[in-house]
Every structure is written in structure tokens, then in C-alpha cells.
Design a binder for this molecule. Structure first.
Ligand code: PSU
Ligand code: MN
Length: 303
């Protein structure tokens, strides 16, 4: 597997020095946000991680390699290429063997991070069980990955475009612990509360790192969801986002949007329907997660 990995000079140096490294996904850049905010967000998030004492490793598939750590030009390429593929677990062999440009989802980024020996990964929101999954069968591969791949994923919970209750049930069935930071409630991405609780509240990076180390030391493979609520000053009004989510879901249904296109469609529609305000919140919560993830990665070194 190592033959497919290509480390950037910054990440290679961090590995050699035994520094804390934080993985970042690239679907959020190519399919989650519009240009140029996507590339600007990616650069700022990387800097927040550096300022937090860790080294950022944004992951993507370029030129037949799993790139761990990207140059400015590579970030720009991902942010501007309309043909960048959204790559989940099933797509990895195709993009690699065909030397396509691939942006990795939470699932694929977890796989690549584990291969690269990186145990902490920061994103915005994870995929989950979609509303109506009992007929569509639409359950994100992110959940299966959390069940089997040993990487801690720092996120702001899951969006209310998903069925949050069923997502938590699925994670419980697969033995994936959901930890929350600073509150007991499990956050709903744009808002701080979802109406559901996380399994465990662990506020300090040392406690989070101790929990994660203990899970893996027991031989309990798989991920941990570290859910970090959006700062109150940046959260969206719940009534507004709920109404807009319903409208976007209706439009997806009417237009027959299915499969991997569902999540990008909903994100783009919510952004348009909120006149860009959802994007401001989205960027703020990713940055907030970057601070949390950098501190966690540093704490993992001594846990
Ligand atoms: N949630 C977001 N922004 C995103 C995604 C999810 O707020 O960009 C992306 C992530 O890459 C996640 C993927 O892994 O969508 C899930 O897609 P799907 O629902 O098709 O599994
Ligand atoms: Mn899906």
C-alpha cells in the first residue's frame, strides 16, 4: 500500500520529527463549497492547525498517488477543477489506477490517513443516514468507515439534511463512540443542538486523547466521532435552517438527485437559499474544528 502514498515535504518532515499531524479531506473543497471560498478556507484551516502546534495534511488523489499534504497549486487545482471526482472507499482503485483527479470524502480520507499513520482528522460534517433511507438505502459510506478504520474524526456533528437519530443508532450498532466537546448535546452542524445527546462529553484534549488511546489499546478497531459544536456567535437560527433544509430535500426529490450527488446538491441549494449565510457558518465551524483537532493531535503524542 505504501507505494501509493506521496508525502509533501512539510508532512514528510513532520513524520521524521515525530510531530503531531492532522489529516484534512478534499471533497469539502471540490464538492462542499464554491470557488474561491473553498481554497481560501482550505489554506486558512491549514494555518490554524500550524498555529495550534500540529502539521496539516490535506489528502487528495493526484497523478495516481495518494497525496498526503498538498501544495498551494494542488489546493487550487482541487478547488477549480470541475472534473475532480468525489472519491469514497469504492472509488479509490478507479481514480488511482486511472490517474484521475480525486477529492476524498470522510470515508476515503480516513482510509488514507490510517495508511499514512495519521490518527486525527478534521472536517466539517460527516455523512450519515439520509432521511427516507428505509426506501432509498442512502447511508453514507462514512459510517461503515468509522466502524472499521481507526481514525478520530473531529466534526460539527451531522446536518439536519440527514436523519440524525438514525445516524446515531447506526453508529451505536457499529460500536462507534460519539464524544462531544463542551456540552452533552450532539451538534447539528449549522446549529449547536440536534435534540440528541452524544454518548460521552470530554472537554479537554487530554481526556479526548486518553479515551481514543484506550479504545485502540483494547484492540477495539474503528473511529471515534469527536463532535464540536459551531461557536454560538456563528450558528444559524434553527427555524430558518430547518425550513430551508426541507425545501432543499424536496427539490432533490423532485429533480431525481440520487447517489453521491445528493450531499453536494443539498449543500449548494442550502447555500443559495440562505444567500450565502450557510457558507459563512460552514467555514466558521471547520476553522473551529481545526483548533480542536490540532490540540487533540498534540495531546495524542503524550496520551
Ligand atoms: N458534509 C458537509 N460537507 C461536505 C460533506 C459532508 O457538510 O463536504 C462531504 C464529506 O466529504 C462527506 C461526504 O464525507 O460529503 C458524504 O457524502 P455522501 O453523503 O455521499 O456519503
Ligand atoms: Mn449517499
Amino acid at each position: 500500500m505504501q507505494q501509493y502514498l506521496l508525502f509533501s515535504p512539510e508532512v514528510a518532515a513532520a513524520r521524521a520529527a515525530g510531530k503531531a499531524i492532522v489529516a484534512l479531506e478534499s471533497t469539502i473543497i471540490s464538492h462542499g463549497m464554491p470557488y474561491p471560498q473553498n481554497v481560501q478556507m482550505a489554506r486558512e484551516v491549514e494555518q490554524i492547525i500550524r498555529d495550534g502546534g500540529a502539521v496539516p495534511a490535506t489528502i487528495a488523489i493526484i497523478g495516481g498517488k495518494i497525496c498526503i499534504g498538498l501544495s498551494d497549486e494542488q489546493l487550487e487545482l482541487l478547488g477549480t477543477s470541475p472534473d475532480a471526482m468525489k472519491v469514497s472507499r469504492r472509488d479509490l482503485p478507479f481514480v488511482l489506477s486511472q490517474s484521475k483527479l480525486g477529492a476524498t470524502t470522510v470515508a476515503a480520507t480516513m482510509i488514507c490517513a490510517e495508511l499514512a499513520g495519521i490518527s486525527v482528522f478534521v472536517t466539517g460534517g460527516i455523512g450519515g443516514v439520509h432521511r427516507g433511507a428505509e426506501t432509498s438505502f442512502d447511508i453514507s459510506a462514512d459510517l461503515q468507515e468509522l466502524a472499521q478504520t481507526s481514525v478520530a474524526v473531529v466534526c460539527a456533528g451531522v446536518k439536519s439534511i440527514l436523519d440524525i437519530g438514525l445516524t446515531l443508532e447506526y453508529l451505536e450498532t457499529h460500536g462507534v463512540p460519539v464524544v462531544s466537546v463542551g456540552q452533552r448535546g450532539f451538534p447539528a452542524f449549522f446549529t449547536r443542538e440536534s435534540g440528541f445527546n452524544a454518548d460521552f462529553q470530554l472537554d479537554t484534549p487530554a481526556d479526548q486523547a486518553g479515551f481514543i488511546r484506550t479504545k485502540w489499546a483494547l484492540g477495539l478497531k474503528g473511529g471515534v466521532v469527536v463532535s464540536n459544536p459551531v461557536p454560538a456567535s456563528e450558528a444559524m437560527p434553527k427555524e430558518e435552517i430547518d425550513a430551508i433544509t426541507l425545501q432543499a430535500l424536496g427539490e432533490a426529490d423532485d429533480q431525481g438527485v440520487t447517489g453521491k450527488n445528493v450531499t453536494p446538491f443539498l449543500l449548494a441549494r442550502i447555500k443559495a437559499l440562505t444567500e450565502g449565510r450557510s457558507l459563512v457558518t460552514n467555514i466558521a465551524l471547520v476553522k473551529n474544528n481545526a483548533r480542536c483537532g490540532a490540540a487533540l493531535a498534540v495531546a495524542m503524542l503524550t496520551a
